[in-house]
Design a protein around this ligand. Structure first.
Ligand code: ADP
Ligand code: ZN
Length: 210
């Protein structure tokens, strides 16, 4: 299953709930890259400068990580979140899946407008320990800066400032939105309105994937 949509559409949130409910593996390339940055690996160091500016990390870097990861998970159901993000990545993904005799069952496209995205991202903070997400208006933590779930520290992502958010939206329109046509052509694109509460959006997603 692929989850697509602009930054802030809720890909990670929806993918996480789906993965828990159906025992699937949730692969978020953003999370994978942020772990590499934390560990200061060669990939992390290269990726960081692109991510902080809101640009895509080069295709070859992503493809090398994702190819080996997918092959190691060939017996599991997988939700891809944040990959593919370019036509080149999508073409390479099709090839890899082909070689593994796997297919993409459904592509869920979360649709939300730019104003909503900017508000969501600019107000969000993430737990450094458990990954829990909060929002100043829609889901504030009980104590400012502290995770309700585990007591960990909350921090804003480095790329969630207004300048970088706008850049990420541009990059999405230019490089990633064309994938909708690509998957529409393959007949498995499902569009979901990503406005409303997490639960409302989740029930729409379920309608599409059941
Ligand atoms: P969002 O979807 O909100 O932008 P992600 O956590 O999915 O957040 O991605 C954060 C950043 O990681 C992107 O802006 C980009 O720099 C990098 N990244 C993630 N996935 C990819 C990908 N498939 N190709 C290139 N860069 C990627
Ligand atoms: Zn936490």
């Amino acid at each position: 299953l692929l989850i697509m949509g602009p930054p802030g559409a809720g890909k990670g949130t929806q993918a996480k709930i789906l993965a828990e409910k159906y025992n699937l593996i949730h692969l978020s390339t953003g999370d994978i890259l942020r772990r590499e940055i934390k560990k200061k690996t060669a990939i992390g160091l290269e990726a960081q400068s692109y991510m902080n500016r809101g640009n895509l990390v080069p295709d070859n870097v992503l493809l090398s990580i994702m190819d080996s990861t997918l092959i190691s998970l060939k017996d599991s159901g997988i939700i891809l979140d944040g990959f593919p993000r370019t036509i080149i990545q999508a073409e390479k993904l099709s090839e890899t899946l082909n070689e593994m005799s796997l297919v993409i069952d459904t592509v869920v496209d979360l649709v939300v407008d730019a104003d909503e995205v900017i508000n969501r991202l600019a107000g969000r903070s993430t737990c450094q320990d458990c990954g829990g997400m909060f929002h100043v208006q829609s889901c504030p933590p009980k104590v400012e800066g502290v995770c309700d779930n585990c007591g960990g520290n909350l921090a804003q992502r480095q790329d969630d400032n207004s300048e970088t958010i706008l850049k990420r939206l541009d990059v999405y329109q230019e490089s990633t939105a064309p994938l909708k046509q690509f998957y529409k052509g393959q007949g498995n694109l499902k569009t979901v309105t990503a406005r409303g509460s997490v639960e409302e959006i989740f029930s729409r997603v379920l309608e599409m994937v059941k």
